[in-house]
Design a protein around this ligand. Structure first.
Ligand SMILES: [Zn+2]
Length: 245
């Protein structure tokens, strides 16, 4: 049965550069706050952050920066970042990637929903039709793969990479995408689930702070050499000036 790809709802953000990018990658994130708060943050020029697409837990899809119709403008979602494959190296992946946010308070300890995986697969199939580079499985990255060196830890342990690769790239070998959050930190984060407020706005404020804590702890672990996943070690580029987050 053919799956109809739905059009996203348009929710405008000012946090992008109005120039088209040559799309080479799709970078996956979690939001750390609920959909409403995510869209508020993306609409705030002071926050200087927005991804192209947001997928809520119920599978609903919002487009905050244009990409759906074949011209992707430069959204500010990846910040300082880097990746390499073979002899090719990339920095500042905002220049080359579409960003997709999955609504989840912390993907290192909280599962993503079936509806999110289904919409994500539809999004990837649709965008692969628009941007040929996305027809290769290795075009799919997590924020933590390209910015784990400065603490970014999304989409995290709970994101089922093999499920997404199997759904979208069944005829290609599935690339390895390892989480950067150390297991001990993950165990500590699990305790926050027990004490988290249930409802917005308290839940958003709580989990946004936990996200900052997660990033700080991951950045310290990486810089102290306690944890050095192969995908971080294999990239040895000079650190450049901070970009917009
Ligand atoms: Zn991110």
């Amino acid at each position: 049965m053919a799956v109809q790809s739905r059009r996203p709802q348009i929710v405008h953000s000012p946090n992008y550069d109005a120039r088209p990018i040559a799309v080479r990658f799709l970078v996956i994130h979690y939001t750390a706050v609920d959909r409403t708060r995510t869209l508020q943050i993306f609409a705030d020029p002071a926050r200087k952050v927005a991804a192209h697409l947001v997928i809520d837990g119920d599978g609903s899809l919002d487009e905050c920066v244009p990409c759906w119709d074949g011209v992707a403008l430069r959204a500010w979602h990846a910040g300082q970042s880097r990746w390499s494959a073979g002899d090719d190296r990339w920095e500042t992946l905002n220049d080359t990637s579409i960003g997709v946010e999955l609504v989840n308070f912390n993907g290192n300890v909280l599962d993503f929903t079936d509806a999110q995986y289904e919409t994500l697969a539809q999004v990837i199939r649709h965008l692969a039709g628009q941007y040929p580079a996305l027809r290769a499985a290795d075009s799919l990255l997590g924020h933590e793969q390209v910015a784990g060196f400065r603490g970014k830890a999304d989409p995290g342990w709970c994101f089922d990479w093999p499920r997404v690769f199997a759904a979208c790239y069944p005829d290609q070998p599935a690339p390895v995408r390892l989480p950067v959050c150390p297991p001990a930190l993950r165990a500590a984060l699990a305790r926050f689930v027990e004490i988290a407020p249930d409802a917005a706005p308290a839940a958003n404020a709580f989990w946004e702070r936990v996200s900052l804590l997660t990033e700080t702890a991951v950045a310290l672990a990486v810089s102290d050499g306690h944890m050095a996943p192969s995908h971080l070690k294999m990239i040895d580029l000079p650190i450049t000036k901070p970009d917009r987050a």
